[in-house]
Design a binder for this molecule. Structure first.
Ligand code: SF4
Ligand code: SF4
Length: 338
């Protein structure tokens, strides 16, 4: 079912849906950006259409809705533990096709990586419906087309923003909320076919020990400052670590949290005795690159990176991940077409 709605009517629908769902979308937070007097665009709860920032790429990805930055897994006291109360409200997320494809990668990591599912991720994941934001032009540094992540069918509704709103609704549970508010039209979302940035992917069969030992990685040892920004904005970085927080009042009670971690950040590979696998920052760049475009594909049949370009947008050292992929490809030869 596809409809055309006025912006006011769409706003009414959101307000209705807000009774049953928490609605998340990119929002602009003034003055909280990287530099003074700049804004940040990141995911937050919205109650109306005008709160949604549509003209700029979200600097942070929507992964924090499914995989929170900090998540309490349980509270403990001397001989007992208790899980936090579950919020019963369902969730709607406005996001672009690359990010929906990013969720496929998170599903792979948290739900399909061995026999056991990650129950904390699964609980949130089961509540979420996607409202796909039609993305026709992309932004600087996007290379989703090269990564085959520019299109998706996995949405409950697809939205074209404008003076009038066009909506394709796939999820029947949403039909009632929309159908009285608009007129029936033929609408299907369009997907971007070309980005400003193109990436050539390597033939992963040609990646060898020599590729790992090549001098190309030395450049990153010089330039990278291990800030981890590229990890934390990435839609598909899914590493975490554990923190036990003991309360001041009683050291035998507290909570266990999982918090985001990143392979670029100091301490990520530290072991007892002060040993660390990747103290050299170039080794960290190599590890991330090879995980995103080599070993994940060998294991799962598709690349981990979705080409959202946020890592390139955010790096304070202007390190370009898309250029890094192209350098690996130049080293080993271009990917064979299927
Ligand atoms: S590696 Fe960079 S381009 Fe790829 S998904 Fe992560 S942030 Fe996006
Ligand atoms: S954002 Fe740039 S400098 Fe920071 S860890 Fe990533 S590659 Fe290194």
């Amino acid at each position: 079912m596809s409809l055309k709605l006025s912006r006011e009517a769409f706003d009414d629908v959101l307000k209705d849906l807000g009774k049953e769902y928490k609605i998340y979308a990119p929002i602009r937070i003034k003055g909280e950006g990287r530099f003074s007097d700049t804004d940040v665009v990141r995911y937050g709860e919205v109650s109306g259409l005008d709160e949604i920032e549509i003209h700029e790429k979200a600097h942070f990805s929507p992964k924090e809705i499914l995989f929170p930055i900090t998540q309490t897994l349980f509270y403990f006291t001397e001989g007992d533990y208790q899980e936090p109360k579950d919020d019963q409200k369902k969730i709607i997320v406005f996001l672009r096709p690359c990010d929906i494809n990013g969720v496929t990668r998170l599903d792979q990591v948290f739900l399909e990586n061995g026999e056991d599912k990650d129950i904390y991720y699964e609980r949130l994941r089961e509540k979420v419906k996607f409202f796909m934001i039609e993305c026709i032009e992309g932004f600087d540094n996007c290379f989703c087309v090269s990564m085959d992540a520019n299109k998706t069918e996995k949405y409950a509704a697809a939205i074209r923003f404008g003076d009038d709103m066009f909506v394709e609704i796939k999820d029947e549970a949403l039909t009632n909320a929309f159908q009285e508010k608009g007129e029936f039209v033929n609408f299907e979302p369009t997907f971007i076919h070309e980005n400003l940035v193109n990436v050539k992917l390597p033939d992963i069969e040609q990646i060898t020990t020599e590729t790992f030992e090549d001098d190309m990685w030395k450049e990153y040892a010089q330039r990278c400052i291990a800030c981890g920004r590229c990890n934390f904005v990435c839609m598909t970085c899914s590493c975490w670590t554990m923190q036990d927080i003991a309360y001041d009042e009683n050291n035998s009670s507290g909570e266990r949290r999982r918090v985001w971690a990143g392979c670029h950040v100091d301490g990520f590979t530290d072991m007892a005795g002060g040993h660390g696998f990747r103290k050299n920052y170039g080794d960290r760049m190599r590890f991330k690159t090879m995980h995103k475009i080599n070993d994940f594909k060998k294991r799962n049949g598709y690349h981990m990176c979705v080409g959202c370009g946020r890592c390139d947008d955010v790096c304070p050292e202007y390190i370009s991940f898309s250029s890094c992929i192209n350098k690996v490809t130049k080293l080993v030869g271009e990917e064979r077409k299927q």
